[in-house]
Design a protein around this ligand. Structure first.
Ligand code: BEZ
Ligand code: FE
Length: 292
């Protein structure tokens, strides 16, 4: 005859340890640690705030909406992580670089794989209107050695602050390219001067932000990703010195070391060895990579 099983009585006091212990049985020890810790922190949040059922249901609806608005072009969960400061925390604790190395910042939701490759000074704006901008300099190691053959994956918003995935009429990638450093480590990007822009405000993240005093703008910037063998991978931005919102970036991505002068230049010779008939803007920056 089978023995009757006495079920454990779950109480407000015992539920956390019961759930944490259950999740600690995950087969991968790291999953076990992360899941039981997550359970403890979620329960602590519910206790500390005496979360009501209506509030928890509203939170679940918000998560559902965040998932449902996301697709291959719209990454609402990345945006949520960014505005909560979580992306930047994860970046900081995983990229504790030497003070002289170029610091890392958030990836953001608009990077895509497979950007076209351009040569030194190749124009990634490809007809998108704006003031010509040349960003140029050297990629070097911490000890000053130039890094030849380093690929810089570059992307940015247009002069209106829009990425192509936000424009229904644009179905081709634009304002993005890959540049490779020359034998002496030099690179030259030709693009258009970026402006600051608002993060997408028409989804669940925007609806939450709209209930606060948070500024929903990012300062003018260009994104760079350098994944060079032998060096720490670097995801970063360069920000335009003096741009609005440098001290209130909605995703906490600004670092003093990444703010560079964008100098206005008269028509004339340009850093790619060419000539501009119109006024242009120059930003000079050396990326400094930390050996892996
Ligand atoms: C971006 O700069 O592309 C970006 C980063 C984080 C959130 C939204 C946009
Ligand atoms: Fe951006």
């Amino acid at each position: 005859m089978a023995h009757p099983v006495t079920p454990t009585t779950v109480t407000e006091e015992t539920i956390t340890e019961l759930a944490a212990a259950r999740w600690a049985t995950a087969h991968d020890p790291r999953v076990a640690q992360l899941m039981s810790s997550l359970v403890r922190h979620l329960h602590a949040f519910a206790r500390e705030n005496h979360l009501t059922e209506a509030e928890w249901m509203a939170a679940i609806r918000w998560l559902t909406d965040t998932g449902q608005i996301s697709d291959s072009k719209r990454e609402e969960f990345i945006l949520a992580s960014d505005v909560l400061g979580l992306s930047m925390l994860v970046v900081q604790q995983n990229h504790r670089l030497a003070p002289e190395a170029t610091p890392a910042t958030v990836l953001g939701p608009f990077h895509i794989e497979g950007s076209p490759e351009l040569g030194f000074g190749g124009d990634m704006s490809d007809g998108v209107p704006g003031t010509p901008l040349f960003v140029h300099g050297t990629v070097r190691a911490l000890d000053g050695t130039p890094v030849p053959g380093a690929v810089l994956d570059v992307w940015q918003a247009d002069a209106e602050g829009a990425y192509e995935s936000q424009l229904p009429e644009v179905d081709e990638a634009r304002l993005r390219a890959k540049y490779t450093t020359r034998a002496d480590g030099t690179y030259c990007v030709r693009t258009i001067a970026p402006l600051g822009y608002a993060i997408p405000m028409d989804g669940p993240v925007g609806h939450l932000i709209a209930q606060t005093d948070i500024s929903h703008f990012r300062p003018a910037h260009v994104h760079f990703l350098l994944n060079v063998p032998g060096y720490e991978p670097l995801i970063t931005h360069l920000f335009r010195e003096g741009a609005p919102y440098l001290d209130s970036d909605v995703v906490f991505g600004v670092k003093r070391e990444l703010v560079v002068g964008f100098t206005e230049r008269a028509p004339g010779p340009t850093p790619d060895g060419g000539q501009s008939d119109v006024a242009w803007v120059e930003a000079v920056y050396d990326f400094v990579l930390q050996p892996a």
